[in-house]
Write a protein that binds this ligand. Structure first.
Ligand SMILES: [Zn+2]
Length: 218
């Protein structure tokens, strides 16, 4: 299965991607992770992306296209993948389709996570991440045992600069503007399914499984 998860930051795409990945043994390709990795390794492409991310802006298309296309050619993607955070624009979607058609593949499922902005702000502004092992916590929903200390490795927890309240609002606005044409694009191809991103993770995963089951038997 080749799956795209669409929805604003904080809609729960990452969690669902991990659940699908575990269940079906397909890689979860998060552009956030790939980018952060590139920044950590001080790759030119990563440093370029960094300045945009810190302002809550999108990384330019040509940079993202390059990173993702290379990743999809790795052998663990042969049986499918879950894309989370890409494509974000129609230009990226066209590039992706082009790259996939070269290897005789296509996207099968596109899910749009409809999520209320109050829930998004609550989820994101409470998020804390371990500097050392990148484990994710939430000050209310999934707190660490000791404040600001990672349960797994005792590393220090921090808030990503783009998870601050003011930046979140900016990210949401940009997201809505930029993804409208993208949503239309997949809707026209009858690939888009809207799901409720306000649901708890386990509930939403059940919904996704039902959709997979229904489509598979067609
Ligand atoms: Zn840790």
């Amino acid at each position: 299965m080749r799956i795209i998860l669409l929805g604003p930051p904080g809609a729960g795409k990452g969690t669902q991607a991990q659940l699908i990945s575990k269940r079906f043994g397909m890689p979860h390709i998060s552009t956030g992770d790939i980018l952060r990795e590139a920044i950590k390794n001080k790759k030119p492409v990563g440093l370029k992306a960094k300045t945009y991310m810190e302002k809550g802006e999108l990384v330019p298309d040509e940079v993202m296209n390059k990173i993702v296309t290379l990743r999809l050619k790795e052998s663990d993607c042969d049986m499918g993948f879950i894309l989370d955070g890409y494509p974000r624009t129609k230009t990226q979607a066209l590039k992706l389709d082009e790259a996939l058609s070269q290897i005789r593949q296509k996207i099968e499922f596109v899910f749009y996570f409809e999520t209320s902005s109050e829930i998004i702000i609550e989820r994101l502004s409470g998020r804390r991440i371990c500097k050392n092992c990148h484990a994710v916590y939430h000050i209310k929903n999934m707190p660490s045992r000791h404040a600001n200390v990672c349960d797994k490795c005792a590393g220090t927890l921090y808030q990503r600069p783009d998870d601050k309240k003011e930046t979140i609002k900016n990210r949401l606005e940009i997201y809505t503007q930029q993804t409208k044409p993208l949503i239309d694009y997949y809707q026209k191809q009858s690939k888009l399914t809207k799901v409720n991103g306000d649901l708890a993770a386990e509930k939403l995963f059940e919904v996704l499984l039902e959709i997979f089951a229904g489509r598979k038997s067609e």
